[in-house]
Design a protein around this ligand. Sequence first.
Ligand SMILES: [Zn+2]
Length: 340
Amino acid sequence: VSEADDAAVPLGLLPWQRPVWQRVAHVATSGRLAHALLISGPRGTGKRQFARVLTAALFCRSRDAEGLPCGRCADCRQLAAGVHPGLATASPEEGKSVIAVEAVRGLCERLSMTSHDGRAKVAVLDPADALNLSGVNALLKTVEEPPARSHVLLISERPMELRATLRSRCQQLRLPIPPRAQARQWLAQRRLPADGASAAGLPVAEGAVDAALDAANGAPLLAWELLRDGGVELQRGWSRLLGECAGGRGDPIEAAAAIGEEQAGPFLRWLFVFVLQCLRVPGARAEAAAPLRELSRFAEELVEQMRRLQANARPQLVLEALLIRSRGMLALQLQSQDNP
Ligand SMILES: [Zn+2]
């Protein structure tokens, strides 16, 4: 099962993880970190990333003032390249749902071997709720009598499914769903993969950020995955429908139905951002573009329709009204966006 935590996000602490980090950093850097840690939290909160930063901090030779790894020393580089001799991981094999007991035994053996320079050793079990009874039993001895400078990191979305004998021996670190404003800010700074229109990537439309966070129950990495994999397609679909209506080729009533009542809010916010962007680049095809005054009037109407939607107007009618109104308005900008 792939997890959103693995989305391509640069390695480092995520903003909402800072309070949890501050709780472990000072004990980690003074060598007093618990031997077994259970890193839990809902899907998309960055458990795996947190475990990577913590692992790096345990190995790193020049941590910063916050106890964070430098990313440049030999240990950090080995870890980034996936070849650090002090790290062992166990996960279910491809197509399996349980971590094989042999893998757990191998992990414990590696932890018990004395490292040649007395440095830290880390074992990661991911996800730890994929341990069966034999796996837990194989791990218990190591957790109860940990070899010097060894740490076992258990990653789990469902910590309560872990056997109590194991769970009770772990220090628990729970990663939270961040406040909406923090999640929104983090997503707003990200760029969607470029699709030819812009090499630097595309900013996420404000409405799409909220829609994705709603769909992800507030978990930022999951929201990011939705935006990256589905959002671009969704917005491309909207852009095509709008282009057809604006160009007079599409039927606004059918297009409104295709967008769907549930997506009316996100669509309106996306359209608003799009219109504002058109207003900001008047130089582009100015000779053919809809007059700017018309566009700003359309933007005002959009705001009015957003208000109607909030006041419980029927979404379908709001969408239809806007799509009818868009005729002749945005066709050229949409064409130039599709064919850069
Ligand atoms: Zn380092």
